[in-house]
Design a binder for this molecule. Sequence first.
Ligand code: ZN
Length: 156
Amino acid sequence: MQITKNKVAAIHYTLRDNKGEVLDTSDGREPLHYLHGAGNLIIGMEEGLEGKSKGDKFELKIAPEKGYGEKDPEMVQKVPRSAFGDQEVKPGMKFSTNQGGVVTVTEVGLDGITVDANHPLAGVELNFAVEVIEVRNATSEEITHGHVHGPGGHHH
Ligand code: ZN
């Protein structure tokens, strides 16, 4: 069975940046289960998985426009030190915003703190090693909901 629209696939993956550093991996976890063709994965990943079958192992190089997008310079902002109260702030720290997003501190200066609201993987070329563990038909309920139920999926 091949991965096409409305199939559920389970995959193992390892994501590296161009320096070979591992950014994310399903190693040691349950494989990732997802409903194909429902926009649950980044575009480049769904394109690369299209037509693949159980047991297939392959590598995918995904450009930012098919991954997490390019960095938007307007999402990098300097905010006053006082916005953080008296807590210690260091580069690399992440804070939730009132709008429900996450910002990463990129620079701590005397007159303000620079935060970046871009996705941490925006502008990054993604190098995936992928293995297809399982492919099955989605249930009609999964197709209606647009996500996977049961093992590795939503429980509700
Ligand atoms: Zn559901």
